[in-house]
Ligand binder design. Structure first.
Ligand SMILES: *[C@@H]1O[C@H](CO)[C@@H](O)[C@H](O)[C@H]1NC(C)=O
Ligand SMILES: *[C@@H]1O[C@H](CO)[C@@H](O)[C@H](O)[C@H]1NC(C)=O
Ligand SMILES: *[C@@H]1O[C@H](CO)[C@@H](O)[C@H](O)[C@H]1NC(C)=O
Ligand SMILES: *[C@@H]1O[C@H](CO)[C@@H](O)[C@H](O)[C@H]1NC(C)=O
Ligand SMILES: *[C@@H]1O[C@H](CO)[C@@H](O)[C@H](O)[C@H]1NC(C)=O
Ligand SMILES: *[C@@H]1O[C@H](CO)[C@@H](O)[C@H](O)[C@H]1NC(C)=O
Ligand SMILES: *[C@@H]1O[C@H](CO)[C@@H](O)[C@H](O)[C@H]1NC(C)=O
Length: 340
């Protein structure tokens, strides 16, 4: 009797342990990584082959569930590949057009790949769910393609630090969901498209620095309200840019440095939350407005312009040293030598 009851107890324990084991074993329904979609897996292996099977993608083993591979992510519910992030590897060759055959892709990044060459492939336009496109710090050349305007879901476009040439396609302003556009550090020429003053949806922050852009900033920019930043520095832009300012604008950082801008700063009213203002190396004239003392400035550089008159005393203005103000026509007063 006693023996029987002991046997029953141990049988129960064994049963409980097996149930526990069964529950904790990986099964298709319960595993943390879903089984990767077979179409997507095939495409990824094509991409790997097109890039000459680089060591960077060694984990892309056909015998392993592709959702556990390096440099990509799957949707946990569907097993569809939604992110491909190839970053800082020894990768040579061009962006394989097969990237366009991952229809659930929301993020596509090729970044810090010195030996990535060729042009941006039009196959990218097949990615109708793409939110982030980041092709940056590579040796990609050719134009900024106008077909990128077909990527209506895009919220972030970064093509900075490449060898892109030609002019900026006006059609990019048709992207209705863009929050930021980075075309900085290329070899772009021509002028800023007039269309960039009229965005289909939200106004993105615009980064165009370190190019060879010429001509004036379109007057339509006066109506734009950038969320954080506009950076037009290190180009050959000219003329008036005072309309970028204005009390009720939300922008925090304005960088117009190293251009040929020529306007009177005296009557400019600054965005109330402006914290960084770089105007160095232009042909800006007039005087520094008193309104500058009301800003919580973290960075200011108005050096190498044609400004004149006393530096207003107060606010953050005397926290900057002479190198924020030097090389002007006749600016004076602390931190520069006293006015005569
Ligand atoms: C780029 O390619 C050259 C020539 O094959 C090679 O020597 C170099 O190490 C590669 N660099 C990187 C960062 O991939
Ligand atoms: C990159 O790969 C090439 C060819 O496989 C090789 O010759 C080169 O040494 C590698 N460079 C680096 C930085 O690993
Ligand atoms: C482009 O390639 C050249 C060598 O061919 C290299 O010196 C340069 O750093 C590369 N540019 C970028 C942005 O990686
Ligand atoms: C801009 O053009 C000048 C000559 O016109 C050239 O020397 C310079 O490298 C170019 N800069 C860029 C960033 O393309
Ligand atoms: C900019 O946006 C702020 C906050 O949404 C708004 O109060 C302001 O009126 C806008 N200014 C302009 C010039 O559109
Ligand atoms: C300035 O910043 C304050 C505090 O973050 C915010 O409430 C206000 O809307 C901002 N004003 C503008 C014009 O961006
Ligand atoms: C302002 O710009 C000038 C010219 O490029 C530079 O010499 C100076 O160091 C800059 N000052 C600050 C505070 O960045």
């Amino acid at each position: 009797m006693q023996q029987n009851s002991a046997m029953k107890t141990s049988a129960k324990i064994v049963l409980s342990i097996s149930i526990l084991l069964f529950l904790s074993l990986p099964s298709p329904a319960f595993s943390a990584h879903p089984k990767c979609n077979s179409h997507d897996k095939k495409v990824l292996l094509e991409i790997k082959a097109a890039l000459n099977n680089p060591y960077h993608l060694a984990s892309w083993d056909p015998n392993v569930d592709c959702c556990s591979w390096y440099a990509m992510e799957c949707d946990p519910n569907t097993g569809r590949v939604n992110a491909l992030t190839i970053f800082s590897g020894n990768i040579s060759g061009q962006i394989p057009p097969a990237v366009g055959d991952l229809p659930y892709l929301e993020t596509l990044v090729f970044r810090k790949l010195t030996n990535l060459t060729g042009q941006i492939p039009s196959a990218i336009t097949k990615l109708t769910r793409l939110k982030m496109l980041r092709l940056s710090w590579t040796n990609l050349s050719g134009p900024v393609p106008s077909f990128l305007s077909q990527l209506k879901t895009l919220t972030y476009l970064d093509l900075s630090f490449n060898d892109l040439t030609g002019s900026i396609p006006p059609s990019l302003s048709q992207l209705p969901n863009l929050q930021a556009i980075h075309l900085d550090r290329n070899k772009l020429t021509g002028s800023i498209p007039e269309s960039f003053g009229h965005w289909a949806g939200t106004t993105p922050d615009i980064y165009l620095s370190h190019n060879n852009l010429t001509g004036p900033v379109p007057a339509s920019f006066g109506n734009l309200n950038f969320s954080f930043q506009i950076d037009l520095s290190r180009n050959k832009l000219e003329g008036d840019a005072s309309f970028l300012f204005g009390r009720s604008k939300t922008v925090l950082t304005i960088d117009l440095s190293r251009n040929l801008f020529e306007f009177d700063l005296s009557k400019v009213e600054f965005p109330v939350n402006l914290t960084n203002l770089d105007l160095n190396h232009n042909k800006i004239f007039g005087s520094l407005p008193q309104g500058l003392t009301q800003l919580d400035l973290q960075f200011l550089n108005v050096s190498y312009n044609r400004l004149c008159g006393p530096i207003p005393q107060g606010g953050a203005l005397q926290r900057f040293d002479q190198y924020s103000y030097f090389h002007n026509r006749c600016l004076c007063g602390a931190p520069l030598p006293p006015c005569k």
